[in-house]
Ligand binder design. Structure first.
Ligand SMILES: Cc1cc2nc3c(=O)[nH]c(=O)nc-3n(C[C@H](O)[C@H](O)[C@H](O)COP(=O)(O)O)c2cc1C
Length: 347
């Protein structure tokens, strides 16, 4: 019995299996943050391929929160309207869809407008961001709230708050990027204040029957970066505030990735967060075989397998993996079954 091809329910949402498309920025949107045909087909292909859920690439909650000028956005209603069409198509494949709400902070390549917790540069290319004022911080929370409401209007099943990979909420948490002396800097309680306020703001407008995911940094492998103990403390606070699943990442608060890389390289961190919080977790990191995915889910190391580059290489990986695992997978286009059986005459 395959565990990867067993369902998982989070609040009112049931996923048909444990394979999820990990959020991946394609740098292919339009300068106004609108979805276009390339991205529509890109995501549509992964829905047809049998993934249980798609997590969109970063959807910027405000223009200066974009990583690049080609990011998608959710800061206006036209953007939500464009995404609605994608949501409807993905649903027609039996697939769920989650919006990743994000703010790039000091890692925005739109350097003129970038803000960070402090005037500390990520690297020489991006230069020094402006230190976020109290008004900026209030604005960030309001923009997350408004984006969550637009995601609801567009019909998304779930939301993910992006707080890893060196972006704004992660920057606030890590002392290496946060030198503030107000209530958002210094102690851990202060450094995670903005993240918790964003979660509370979003949870207050996101319906009770829809799950809220949080992409966490479990460790930075750097002096003055996030430590594993701190990540566990944050995860416990997130659980109290209605987060339903922790999607576990590591590193990237500074340029380069300082940790080891091997198939499933972040799964140990997800497993320990799962034990510490009793919350379900998702894991990513060079997972490309059904055997490894099966080992992770069956041994309770993580509940969901987020596939990034594996699904970039092959949108139909879930259909092939189900075949390999001898599991049933309802095909979004039933005629695809003609291509998964033994060799016969094709006509
Ligand atoms: C091209 C590319 C774009 C990415 N963009 C995002 C993103 O928009 N948001 C995010 O949280 N992570 C992003 N990531 C990280 C992936 O979601 C994933 O965590 C990482 O690639 C590790 O998983 P993998 O080894 O299966 O690719 C991106 C990764 C890649 C390769």
């Amino acid at each position: 019995m395959s565990k990867v091809f067993s369902p998982l329910t989070l609040r009112g949402m049931t996923l048909r299996n444990r394979i999820v498309m990990s959020p991946m920025l394609m740098y292919r949107g339009q300068e106004d943050g609108l979805l276009n045909e390339h991205l529509y087909v890109h995501y549509g292909a992964r829905a047809l391929g049998g993934a249980a859920m798609i997590v969109t690439e970063v959807l910027a909650v405000e223009p200066r929160g974009r990583i690049s000028a080609k990011d998608l956005g959710l800061w206006n209603d036209d953007q939500a309207e464009g995404l609605k069409r994608l949501v409807q198509f993905v649903h027609s494949c039996g697939t769920k869809i989650c919006a990743q709400l994000a703010h790039a902070g000091r890692k925005s390549h739109l350097t003129e407008t970038a803000i960070g917790p402090s005037a500390r540069a990520y690297d020489n290319d991006l230069g020094t961001p402006s230190e976020a004022t109290s008004a900026d911080i209030e604005g960030v929370k309001e923009n997350y709230r408004a984006a969550a409401l637009r995601a609801l209007a567009a019909g998304f099943d779930a939301l993910e708050i992006h707080a890893a990979n060196g972006y704004l909420l992660h920057e606030f948490m890590a002392p290496v990027s946060n030198a503030r002396t107000d209530q958002y800097g210094g102690s851990l309680e202060n450094r995670i204040r903005l993240a918790l306020e964003v979660v509370e703001t979003v949870r207050a407008v996101w319906p009770d029957d829809r799950p809220l995911l949080y992409r966490i940094c479990a460790t930075d492998f750097e002096d003055n970066g996030v430590t594993e103990d701190e990540a566990h403390m944050l995860a416990k606070e997130l659980a109290k505030r209605g987060v339903d699943l922790i999607d576990v990442q590591t590193g990237n608060i500074l340029p380069g990735y300082a940790g080891p890389v091997f198939p499933g390289y972040q799964t140990g961190y997800a497993e320990r967060i799962r034990k510490a919080t009793n919350l379900p977790t998702a894991t990513t990191g060079s997972i490309a075989s059904i055997d490894l995915a099966e080992d992770i889910v069956s041994n309770g190391r993580s509940d969901l397998i987020f596939l990034g580059r594996t699904l970039l290489r092959d949108p139909f990986w879930p259909i092939r993996a189900a075949k390999e695992a001898g599991a049933e997978l309802e095909l979004p286009i039933p005629t695809y079954a003609r291509a998964t059986g033994p060799f016969e005459r094709g006509f």
